[in-house]
Design a protein around this ligand. Sequence first.
Ligand SMILES: NC(=O)c1ccc[n+]([C@@H]2O[C@H](COP(=O)([O-])OP(=O)(O)OC[C@H]3O[C@@H](n4cnc5c(N)ncnc54)[C@H](OP(=O)(O)O)[C@@H]3O)[C@@H](O)[C@H]2O)c1
Length: 288
Amino acid sequence: MILLLGGSGYVGSSFRSLFEVRHIPYRSVARAEVDYYDPARLVALIEQTRTTFLINAAGYTGKPNVDACEIHKAECLLGNAVLPGVIRSACEATGTPWGHVSSGCIYSGRTADGTAFREDDPPNFSFRRPPCSFYSGTKAIGEEVLDGASGCYIWRLRIPFDHCNSPRNYLTKVLSYQCLLEAENSISHLGDFVTACFACWERRVPFGTYNLTNPGSVNTRQVVDLLRQYLQPQREFRFFASEEEFMQKAAKAPRSNCVLDTTKSEAAGVAMRPVHQAIQEALTRWQP
Ligand SMILES: NC(=O)c1ccc[n+]([C@@H]2O[C@H](COP(=O)([O-])OP(=O)(O)OC[C@H]3O[C@@H](n4cnc5c(N)ncnc54)[C@H](OP(=O)(O)O)[C@@H]3O)[C@@H](O)[C@H]2O)c1
C-alpha cells in the first residue's frame, strides 16, 4: 500500500491521478483525518495501513504565491522543514522507504562555471547562502533535515505545468500576469514529474536526491513565443525592464530562477521528456 501525504494539494492530486489510472492501491490521508505531524500517530498510521512506500507531497507553498511565506513563517517552517524530519523518524522507525517532494528553488542562476546545478551542489539560495525567499530557505532546511536519511528519495520539482488551465499551472500564470520577468529556468511537466518519482521506487533506483525537471531550460520569452504560436497569436506580452523593477512593483521576496542538471535521473533510467517537447505537447492538448 502506498501512503500519500498532501494528496489534496496540486502535486498530491497528480500522484492520485497516476495511481487511479494505473490501478495502484494507495491511501491518501489528510491532516484533518490524522495529525501526521505527531510522530507516534504517523508510525501507527504506517503500521495500520501496512504501508510499503510513503510519498510526502505535503508542504507549505503560500497562497496566492510564495510571498505569503514571508508572512506565514511558522506554517511555512512547519510544513517544509519540520514535517520532513517527523516523516524521516517515522519511516526509519518502521523501516519504510519513502520519497519527499522537494524543490529546485534552493538554487539561483547557474553554477560559478556556468553549468547547471547537480544534485550535490550546495544550495546558493537559502538561509545559509542569502539572499533567499523564506519559502526557499525552508525547503533547503527540509533537505538538510533529510541528510543521511536511509531509504529516502528527495525529488526536486520546479515550476510545474501541464495541459490543464489552472492558477497553479506555470503556463496559466504566464498567460495571466500583467507583466513578466525574463528569466531562464528548468521546469517540470507535472505528469512527467510524478511518473518519474514513482518510477524511482518501482525500478528500485538507488535512494538519494534527483533533479526531476524536463531536460534543458527555457526562458520566459521562449514560453511566450510558444503561447502565441499555440494559443493566442494576437496576444501582446509585457516584460519588466529589469529584476529590480519586478521586485519594486510585483514581489516581496526574491524569486529563484535556476537551471538544474538532469544527467543523474537520466542515467538512473527515470528521464523526463525534453522541456520544449513537453511544453508543446501541453499546449497542443490545452484544456481552457
Ligand atoms: N507547486 C509548486 O510550484 C511547487 C514547486 C516545487 C516544489 N513544490 C513542493 O511540492 C509540495 C506540494 O506543493 P503543492 O503545490 O501541491 O501545494 P498545495 O497545493 O498547497 O498543497 C499542499 C498540501 O500539503 C498539505 N499540508 C500539510 N501540511 C501543510 C502545511 N503546514 N501547510 C500547508 N499545507 C500543508 C495540504 O493539506 P491540507 O489539505 O490538509 O491543507 C495539501 O495537501 C510542497 O512541498 C512544495 O514545496 C511545489
